[in-house]
Design a protein around this ligand. Structure first.
Ligand code: BES
Ligand code: ZN
Length: 654
């Protein structure tokens, strides 16, 4: 009974959350819900456009609603038609609003109620997308590992609207199908089940995603792709020249999936494959369902960076099965996933390894909190954010990931691991294929805490985690001892009691290198840096995390001899965590800022829009008019063309 009540309460809470609205979408899910999207798109690699139709199956929720609002950004909408069951086609009136810099353009479709209207109405939208579509990155052959071009999409957070007109809010879930036509020598993959291509004409691919997912998880990649199986349910896709290395690196995938199911319950997406991307891919990994997109920087040669895979796999539950209802609740996706990532790393590779990841990440959390406070944005250190009017990508920070992770660590401590695992299983089972916001999770937690035998946790302690700034007083002890040996060696070396060639590095894991480099101060002498650089061949190559930590030290100490390596690194990878962190470090000083701008001018064409926007936010001059001044077209913005966020409004009636 109590469970039933909780469920009822939850359903009404989830509904009210959606009605209360997602500040990053024009959709009104209380009027209409898009239930299914059928895409029919052709990829033009010369014009850098996808063109075709999206057929939406729309359910009326409010009997009186007259207009359907969809999200779009930079789409050229040609026609909107209603397809009736008798085969008749009706043109519908539509209006594309002027472009909002963050949200894009609202598409309004006339859809007044009709007598005996079917439960689902089918609307076909004819359109093509801009070569600048924010979701898409078109790569020239030179940017791939072979002689072919490449295209991929990145939907999260609000980019799906730049390639599909839909309700682009994570509070709405859709199933989807697609027909994709490519040049005949290329292969298309999507976050969906793939029809056997051998029964289709060359260059045609068909997909079907039967489980309802939020719009940001609809994903496409096209390139010269090959597949290698790694087990019954798992495998890896990549460009042919990378396939053997990738298969070798991710041989643990079957074990990872089993560990995930053991902790979190059945895997509900049938297959789990990886797509290893070209170097400009914007993220370490992106949890597109059935097919995580993975940065090639994770292929380290020694399986040392597989935490990214474990992380994306964990999103199959936290994020993809139960989804943050708005980007203000992003921590529900990433905090849970980071917690599961560490639990799975512990189960698969031992506690020491998980502790290392925790300790490194905690340092970076402390820095992120300090930075946000210094920037006058203390609200950004809360788990629950308020990003209305801002780009939701501004919510990407260690706060969502690591503060979220430690909130769950705090709860685990109070419940005890066994009871907490049961709590989590219950939460994921009862919310499967639903979206939840912070309030939903909070009331589920409070209801569970009210049960007999549950631990007593004061609500104020929970709310301090969810809504308070900085780290709560109830933060658990962070594992610190794992790096004692490294820290001692680092101190001895700094004090000159140990030469670089006497450091005990023989068995160091990349994580120990990262700690060693991250712990060096800004005052380190050039001679010391030179000693490290020569002794250990530190530069732009090799393990990407070690290179990042080394180059962060180079920036921190303004060690000019290594600037060419910094530039090479920033030109050769497009991954958020590697790139944005270094530009942030550069932006801390005037000379760094200048160097950052010079490098960025060269690197920009190789970065995905999400990365461009994040870097431009960091490199733009702060003026007395506030941190957003100079964003659109003013002479103060960067030298190379207008920012992607600047409006070019157009509107028309069909
Ligand atoms: N879902 C994120 C990537 C993302 C976040 C894309 C926000 C767009 C907006 C993904 O799961 C992620 O967290 N990637 C991390 C990996 C990591 C923390 C192990 C990354 O890219 O580094
Ligand atoms: Zn994630």
């Amino acid at each position: 009974m109590a469970r039933l009540l909780t469920l009822l309460l939850l359903t009404s809470l989830a509904a009210s959350a959606a009605a209360a609205g997602d500040p990053h979408s024009y959709a009104d899910p209380s009027q209409f819900l898009v239930r299914h999207v059928a895409l029919d798109l052709r990829a033009d690699f010369t014009a850098h456009r996808l063109e075709g139709t999206a057929e939406l199956s729309v359910e009326r929720i409010d009997p009186a609603a007259r207009e359907l609002y969809l999200d779009t950004r930079d789409l050229e909408v040609r026609s909107v038609q209603r397809l009736d069951a008798d085969g008749r086609v009706h043109n519908l009136d539509f209006l594309l609003d002027a472009r909002d810099a963050v949200l894009g353009s609202r598409l309004t479709i006339e859809l007044a109620p009709r007598e005996n209207e079917p439960k689902l109405q089918h609307l076909r939208i004819g359109y093509r997308m801009s070569p600048e579509a924010s979701a898409l990155q078109w790569l020239e052959p030179a940017q791939t590992s072979g002689p072919h071009p490449y295209l991929y999409s990145q939907g999260q957070a609000i980019n799906a609207r730049s390639w599909i007109p839909l309700q682009d809010t994570p509070s709405v879930r859709v199933t989807y199908s697609a027909r994709i036509r490519t040049p005949p020598e290329l292969v298309a993959v999507m976050s969906a089940a793939r029809a056997d291509p051998t029964v289709l004409p060359p260059g045609e691919f068909r997909f079907e995603m039967r489980q309802p997912i939020p719009s940001y998880l609809i994903a496409l990649a096209i390139g010269d792709l090959k597949f290698q199986s790694l087990g019954d349910r798992v495998g890896v896709w990549t460009e042919p020249s990378q396939l053997a290395a990738a298969a070798q690196e991710f041989a643990d995938l079957p074990r990872m999936l089993e560990a995930g199911e053991k902790l979190l319950g059945p895997y509900r997406w049938d297959r789990y494959d990886l797509l290893i991307m070209p170097h400009s891919f914007a993220f370490g990994g992106m949890e597109n369902p059935r097919l995580s997109f993975i940065s090639p920087s994770v292929v380290a040669g020694d399986r040392s960076l597989v935490a990214v895979i474990v992380h994306e796999l964990a999103h199959s539950w936290s994020g993809n099965l139960v989804t943050s209802a708005t980007w203000n609740d992003f921590w529900l996706n990433e905090g849970f996933t980071t917690y599961f990532e560490r639990r799975l790393m512990e189960a698969l590779y031992g506690k020491r390894r998980a502790d290392m990841e925790d300790a490194i990440a905690y340092e970076s959390l402390v820095e992120a909190i300090d930075d946000a406070k210094a920037a006058g944005l203390p609200g950004d250190t809360s788990l629950r954010l308020n990003l209305a009017g801002r780009d939701p990508n501004e919510g990407i920070s260690d706060v969502a990931y690591e503060k979220g992770r430690w909130f769950l660590g705090f709860l685990e401590g109070r419940f005890g691991r066994l009871a907490f695992d049961a709590f989590l299983r219950g939460y994921f089972d009862s919310h499967a294929f639903m979206s939840a916001d912070t309030a939903t999770f909070r009331s589920y937690l409070l209801a569970e805490l009210a049960r007999p035998g549950a631990p007593k946790i004061p609500v104020a302690e929970i709310d301090e985690w969810l809504y308070g700034t900085g780290m709560p007083v109830t933060t658990p002890a962070i594992p610190s001892g794992v790096f004692d040996v490294v820290d001692r060696a680092a101190a001895e070396w700094r004090a000159g009691r140990l030469a670089a060639n006497q450091l005990p590095v023989r068995d160091w894991l990349p994580q120990e290198w990262v700690r060693f480099l991250d712990s060096q101060p800004a005052e380190l002498a050039d001679a010391k840096l030179a000693e490290l650089r020569t002794q250990f061949h530190l530069g732009a190559d090799g393990n990407a995390e070690i290179a990042r930590s080394w180059l962060a030290l180079v920036v921190r100490t303004a060690y000019e001899p290594a600037y060419p390596d910094l530039e090479r690194f920033l030109l050769s990878t497009g991954r958020y965590k590697l790139v944005v962190g270094l530009y942030r470090d550069l932006a801390r000083t005037e000379t760094g800022l200048e160097l950052g701008r010079a490098i960025y001018a060269k690197a920009r064409p190789g970065y995905h829009t999400t990365i461009r926007q994040a870097v431009e936010r960091l490199l733009q001059p702060v003026t007395s008019a506030g941190r957003d001044a100079g964003r659109c077209g003013s002479p103060a913005t960067l030298r190379h063309g207008p920012s992607d966020e600047c409006p070019q409004s157009h509107s028309r009636r069909g």
